[in-house]
Design a protein around this ligand. Structure first.
Ligand code: SAH
Length: 265
């Protein structure tokens, strides 16, 4: 009997932020290949599997381990930080497995974007404010298409979770301001979100780079930018509004404002 290779989201660091399914898959695995630089090794305490750290391995080497394990009828897990669908480089691995005719599945995890939002106690979508979140990064060794440059995305004024970019905080802030985000736009950086050593730096686009540099933060950090981080009083979500009916609750009586909302939605 063969088992599909599993691409598993390890979550942001705290071992309790691994899914129950993830915990079971790690405990049942025969072979685990994990990204040693980011995945918390505490997740692997007590597992029976043979463990490989992909930090010192090429793509070919990683695939050779996964393919050999799967062909030998073993349970193989490729453990990625956060959620595998974001900057996980799983696509190239899955395409290689396709070519080898090897089955696989993907099990989601808690992205560091959400661990960072939790650390900041932020709601990234704000009623009557922004209803959009952008996951992005600054162009570095991996280029970003010009149409998605931070300067262009800035014009949208959505909440932004910026990965892989804390080492270039000055350019990030400069690009966002050049694209039209006011300098007073709230910005925060969360280093090692959900780890015991988590640190938070809060500021605005005008001063965040300086503060992040003073704190010595360069990597394993999430940049969160947007008006959603401000402490302005929030508009009240219509979800809990007594006059707003949705599937489970009929409106008592509709105010004119809500009537027009219902007509347009
Ligand atoms: N798939 C991962 C992202 C991998 S890219 C996820 O969903 O979280 C690596 C980048 O993720 C880092 O440069 C950093 O920006 C971010 N990151 C990963 N773990 C983090 C953590 N615990 N705290 C803050 N940022 C983290």
């Amino acid at each position: 009997m063969t088992h599909p290779v599993v691409f598993l989201g390890a979550g942001p660091g705290d071992p309790e932020l691994l899914t129950l399914k993830g915990r079971r898959l790690l405990d049942e695995a025969d072979v685990i290949v994990y990204a040693g630089s980011l995945v918390n090794p505490a997740l692997l305490t007590g597992v029976q599997a043979e463990i490989h750290d992909s930090a010192g391995m090429t793509l070919d080497e990683v695939l050779a381990v996964l393919v050999a394990a799967q062909r030998a009828g073993k349970k193989a897990v490729r453990l990625h930080t956060g959620d595998p669908s974001l900057y996980g480089a799983i696509r190239e691995q899955m395409q290689r497995l396709d070519r080898e005719g090897i089955g696989y599945e993907v099990v989601p995890g808690v992205s560091s974007a959400f661990a960072a939002a939790a650390a900041l106690k932020a709601e990234l979508t704000v009623p009557e404010g922004t209803q959009t979140v952008i996951f992005t990064r600054i162009s570095g060794r991996t280029p970003v298409p010009e149409r998605e440059s931070l300067r262009r995305l800035a014009a949208i004024r959505a909440s932004m979770c910026i990965f892989l970019s804390a080492g270039m905080m000055e350019q990030v802030a400069a690009e966002l301001m050049a694209g039209g985000c006011p300098p007073e736009t709230p910005a925060a950086v969360v280093e090692k979100a959900s780890w015991p050593e988590q640190r938070i730096v809060r500021g605005t686009l005008a001063d965040i780079a300086e503060k992040v540099q003073a704190a010595g933060i360069r990597k394993t950090a999430m940049i969160v930018v947007g008006q959603a981080l401000s402490d302005e009083p929030a508009a009240v979500s219509r979800l809990y509004d007594a006059g707003f009916s949705h599937g489970r609750r009929e409106a008592d009586a509709l105010s004119p404002h809500q009537q027009s909302f219902q007509e347009t939605s």
